[in-house]
Design a protein around this ligand. Sequence first.
Ligand code: UDP
Length: 197
Amino acid sequence: NKAAKIMGISFPKFTMDQCLQILSDVAGRKKTELFHVVTGNPEIVMSCQHDDELRGIIDRAGLITADGIGIVMISRMRGGDLPERVTGCDLLIKLLETGDREKWSFYFLGADEPTSLKAAEVIARKHPNVSIAGRHHGFFKEEEEAKIVEEINAAAPDFLIVALGAPYAERWIHKYRNSLNAKIAIGVGGSLDTIAG
Ligand code: UDP
C-alpha cells in the first residue's frame, strides 16, 4: 500500500472498509498512545504548505483519509489514484454503525450546544448500543480546556470525536495527545451538524 503524495502530504490508499478495519483493530486493543485520525481536506493540505507545525501534526497522525472528492481527483491527476473518498462524516456514521454492534463508547466534542445535544439524541435513537460517554459544545475558552480534558478522561471513551473544524481540531488533538484518555481521536468538521439535521 503505497501512499499518494498530495502537495507533500502522504495519503495512504485505503478504502472506507480498510479504514474501518484499522480503527476496529485499534478500538479492540488495550489503549496505548492516542491514535490520531486526520480527515484530510484541501484546506488542511493548503494550510500545511506554509505551516510546518501543522504539517508535523499531520505527518504524525496514525491515519489520514481523503476527506472529499477534491483530494481524490488531485491524486488521480497525479497518477496516485486514491481508491475513494473517506470523509469525516461518512467515517463517523460507519463507526457509529459498527460501534452499535461492538458497543464502543464515544465522546463528542464540538459544534454549538443545541447541535451537540440534538446530534447526541439522534445517535442515541439510531444506535442504541453505542455508549455516549459524554459531550461538550465547541465554543469554549482556553481556560475551560483542562476541565473538558478531565471530563473526557473520566469518561475514557474508545473514540473522541472532535468536531471543531479543520485545522482547529487537529491542533486541539495534538495539544492534548499525551494527556487524553481515549483510544482514538478524530477531527470530523461539521459532521455533528449533518447528523443533527
Ligand atoms: N466549531 C466549533 N467551535 C469553533 C468553531 C467551529 O465547535 O470554535 C464547529 C462548528 O459549529 C461546526 C464545525 O466546528 O460544527 C466546523 O464545521 P465545518 O464544516 O466548518 O468544518 P470543516 O469541515 O471545514 O473542517
